[in-house]
Design a protein around this ligand. Sequence first.
Ligand code: NDP
Ligand code: MG
Length: 377
Amino acid sequence: MKKRVIILGATGSIGRSALDVVAANPGRFELVGLSTHSNTKALEAVLSKYQSAVGAFTGPGLAPAGIAFSGSGAALELLDAVEADIVVNGISGAAGLSPSFKAVSMGRDLALANKETVVMAGPLVMAAAALKNARLLPVDSEHSAIFQLLAAQGAEKVEELVLTASGGPFRAWPVEKLARVDAAQALAHPTWKMGGKITIDSATLANKGLEVIEAVRLFGFPPEKVRVLVHPQSLVHSLVRLLDGSLYAQISEPDMRLPIHNALFWPDCLPSPFGRLELAGRTMSFEEPDRQAFPMLDLAYSAIRSGAAYPIAYNAADEVAVAEFRAGRIGFMAIAELTRRVLAADWSAEPVSIGAVLEADGAARRIATDVAKELAA
Ligand code: NDP
Ligand code: MG
C-alpha cells in the first residue's frame, strides 16, 4: 500500500524538495494534502498535478478558488480532515509548531524540517508522539545524519555528537567587516539553497545554534556532548564519536531530498537518485567555529543550558532580529546583540503546554521588538 503523505509548507525550499521525492516514487507515495501560505500559483500548480490532494491556504491573502481550507487554522483543519500516514513539516518559523503537535497527537509520523518545533517545544511534542506511537523523523540534514548513525551504531556506544556547519558566506571574516554586511550578502549561501530565514541564520550561525538545541532535545545528549565543527564543503552532514574514540560520518552531496527520502522511507533504506557523492577529487576540511564573530552559537548553548523557556526566547528573538535585519532596520551584528538582551530577561518558567509555549514566544517577540527599536541603525 502507498504511504499517504501530507506536505505542509509545500511551496518552500523543503516543500518543493519533498514534492520531488514524492514524484520520484509514484508507486510508493501518494500526496493526499498540502499547505501553502502566500504562494497561490504554486498551490494551484501542485493541485492540478495531484488532483486528489486536498489544499490548505494558511495566509491572510485571498485563497484561490476551490481550496478546501483557508485562514490561519487551515493546516490544522487539513490534518483533521485528511487521513495520512506521514506529515512533512516544511513550514518556516514558529508557525510550524502547532501543526507538528497536532500531527503527532493524531498518531501520524512526522518528517520534521521545522526545527522550531523541537527548539520551542521538544519535550511536549516528543511526549505527545510517544503517547501515540508516532515517529519523529528528523529532516534537518545534520539530525537526519545523526539519527541514522545512532540507529546504526547503537546510542549507548556514542560518546558525543558532532554537528557540521558550512560556516556560511562570512566564514573567516573579521567582526569590523561583518558589522557592515547587508541582507543581500547574507542571503548568498555558499553550499545550500534554502529559504531566506534559514539562510540568514546560516550566516550568523544562529542556524547551528538552533540545531544544537534541536540535537540536545531530540537525542537526549547534554549540551557539552554536542559539538559544532565548521566544514565549508557541506559534504559531511554530521558525525558521532563512539566511546572508543572513532568518528563515524554521514557523507553525501548537499541535497535536502536525500534526508527527506530517508524520513519518508524510514526504517527502510531504498535506492535514491539524490545526493550520491563521488569522493574522488573532492576535498574536505574542518575547523573550529569563530565564537567571537558569531555570538549566536554560544547564546544558543547558554539558552539550552538554562532550559525552560530560554530556547523559545532565543528562537523568537532571532526571528524578530532577522526580519528587522532583512528590512534594513538593524545591522548584522545587532542580531546577536538583540538576542542577548532578550535572553537577559527571566525565562525560567517551564512551559507545560503548547499554549504556554506560544505565550512565552509572544512575550519574547514583544521584548525583541522593543529592543530592535533601541538598536535601529
Ligand atoms: P521557505 O521560506 O523556503 O518555505 C517556507 C514554507 O512555509 C513555504 O511553503 C511558506 O508558504 C510556508 N509558510 C511561511 N510562513 C508560514 C506561516 N506563517 N504559516 C504557515 N506556513 C507558512 O523555508 P525553508 O523550506 O527553507 O524552511 C522550512 C523549514 O525547514 C524551516 O524551519 C527551516 O529551518 C527548516 N530547514 C530548511 C532547510 C532547507 O534546506 N531549506 C534545511 C533544514 C531545515 P508560501 O511560500 O506559500 O508563503
Ligand atoms: Mg541543518
